[in-house]
Design a protein around this ligand. Structure first.
Ligand SMILES: [Zn+2]
Length: 541
């Protein structure tokens, strides 16, 4: 096995076109602007260049294209397995929620009221100007809300399903879409309609419900680290950041490359609030009527945004192999017509042998073959921008020597490795495993290098104030600082710096050196009051 620094096939450095960066005056990166130039625009451009999604004619709603939707399908496949392995069953509940259902839980309705889409009519009629208008005679007696989340409607069903302690625990998950009327939207990160799963469970005791809440938080954390390759911090939210109606909200928080936090998943302990509002009652073993204890937990298409922002670089999308729509692409490099059939035959054989190879517990190696008649450089850059983990080129010399040229997305575009055909399946799974682990390592390093224990206000302010005017998007990172527990102090930090308490990291932060000092007495970063532990402050999405 040898490495060839300058591949002879479609060497991107030797080709310049409007679709790929080359020598001379052209920019060095395939994505413009780069991360350090304008992180927000860079993100949009990565999404566009990878053909993941686009904005739609409906304000705030996105069209998820096949390459983006396949990532979501892979997320679904893995999580669905984990939910079933922990005893949950899938079900489906209505898209519409009667207004009166939302009104049952006061905190809940207050939390969602401002972002609800409301259905008021059930028929259209021709208007005077030839258009369509809602028929005034078809106004609904009770408006319907397009679900922002399903606690209330699922609560009504649970109230019917649960009679005795023998019916508990009730462990249900729903894969669905929800609508929250957002004013400022960004593809995958914040859209009016988004896809998600919501788990809803009912239990006989508070202990059981709390264990469930924690279990699902751990399922999310495990998924984030081992599939998304994103390290997360787990912990409860402060009261002001809690889910409306919940007793406790736990979250997993991840650091993106611009050092901002992304809440990647939440798990709520709802106490008996929703059971009381919906009438979820059961007869216990002693014949006593009791209210159940419930939980809910969810992750959404926002995870795709998190994946993009965690790993991608100035050449475009970088995908963790375990969630990539495909693991490798093979394309031919033709030199004259006489070797064509042999190259195509070799590609068909290699694709077949690769597809027969197991990659992880969820799927075999998935291979795309790209036989389109376009230049090698353009083809190469297209796949780089799509983030496919491995690119494999086969030319006449490769067929003659029985080897393939393999490039990995996590290395420079020029770096190639020659692999004998017979070794390819083994080598490909080896490389994919290496890339997956490497992405997590890199993300951990970024997070750990940008997490600090900060004890004085001046350093805290400096940490969250951009130092370099040319890079205003780069923020400090995660600050572990003391907080007295007062909502006033929390609000003043938010007001002054747009920094919030992301979570109270009661379960520690793996690998962060400052973590050892989380449980330590100190003084509140705002008022100087007594504090028994540090909390995690950051700017966030
Ligand atoms: Zn304070």
């Amino acid at each position: 096995m040898y490495r060839r620094e300058n591949g002879v096939y479609g060497d991107p450095e030797n080709r310049v076109s409007k679709n790929n960066p080359g020598k001379g005056s052209a920019p060095k990166a395939a994505i413009s602007p780069t991360r350090s130039e304008d992180y927000a625009k860079w993100y949009q451009e990565v999404v566009r260049a990878a053909d993941l999604a686009e904005t739609s004619p409906v304000r705030g709603c996105m069209v998820i294209k096949p390459w983006g939707y396949a990532i979501w399908e892979n997320i679904q496949r893995v999580l669905d397995r984990k939910f079933k392995d922990t005893g949950h069953k899938n079900a489906y509940f209505p898209l519409f929620i009667p207004k009166s259902f939302l009104e049952k839980e006061a905190e809940h309705v207050e939390g969602f009221a401002k972002e609800c889409a409301v259905v008021t009519h059930h028929r259209l009629i021709a208007g005077k100007d030839g258009g369509l208008i809602p028929d005034p005679d078809a106004e609904l007696e009770e408006p319907l809300i397009v679900r922002p989340t399903s606690e209330t409607i699922i609560g009504a069903a649970f109230a019917q399903w649960v009679q005795s302690y023998r019916d508990l625990p009730l462990l249900i998950n729903q894969w669905a879409n929800v609508v929250r009327w957002e004013l400022r939207t960004r593809l995958f990160l914040r859209t009016t309609e988004f896809l998600w799963q919501e788990g809803h469970t009912a239990h006989a005791t508070d202990t059981e419900a709390k264990e469930e809440t924690r279990q699902m938080l751990d399922v999310y954390a495990d998924f984030a680290e081992n599939y998304l390759a994103i390290p997360v911090v787990r912990g409860p939210k402060t009261d002001s950041e809690r889910f409306p109606g919940a007793v406790d909200t736990f979250a997993i928080e991840a650091m993106m490359q611009d050092r901002k936090a992304l809440q990647a998943g939440t798990s709520h302990f709802l106490g008996q609030n929703f059971a009381k509002a919906s009438g979820i009652q059961f007869l216990d073993a002693e014949g006593q009527q009791r209210h159940a204890w419930t939980t809910s937990w969810g992750v959404s298409t926002r995870l795709v945004g998190g994946l993009i922002m965690s790993h991608s670089d100035d050449d475009g999308l970088v995908l963790p192999p375990r969630l990539a729509p495909a693991h490798a692409v093979i394309w031919p490099v033709f030199r004259g017509d006489d070797t064509r059939p042999a190259i195509l035959e070799a590609i068909a054989q290699l694709a077949k042998s690769l597809r027969a190879e197991r990659f992880d517990e969820h799927r075999n190696v998935e291979v795309e073959t790209d036989l389109r008649d376009i230049g090698g450089g353009d083809k190469q850059w297209e796949w780089i921008k799509k983030g496919i983990p491995l690119r494999i080129e086969i030319g006449p010399r490769d067929v003659a020597s029985g080897t393939a040229m393999v490039s990995r997305r996590d290395r420079g575009p020029k770096e190639r490795e020659s692999v004998p055909f017979a070794d390819l399946p083994r080598r490909v799974t080896e490389l994919l495993t290496e890339i997956q682990a490497g992405l997590l390592e890199r993300a951990k390093r970024l997070r750990d290098e940008n997490t600090r224990a900060i004890d004085d206000r001046a350093s805290f302010d400096a940490f969250f104030t951009p130092k370099n005017e040319e890079k205003p998007e780069i923020h400090g990172g995660f600050a572990l600082s003391h907080w007295c527990g007062s909502p006033k102090c929390e609000a003043s930090i938010k007001e002054a710096l747009k920094v919030t308490i992301r979570c109270i990291p009661v379960f520690g932060i793996d690998g962060v050196s400052a973590a050892a000092r989380i449980e330590e007495e100190g003084s509140c970063i705002v008022c100087g009051g007594k504090s028994s532990r540090r909390v995690l402050f950051a700017k966030s999405y």
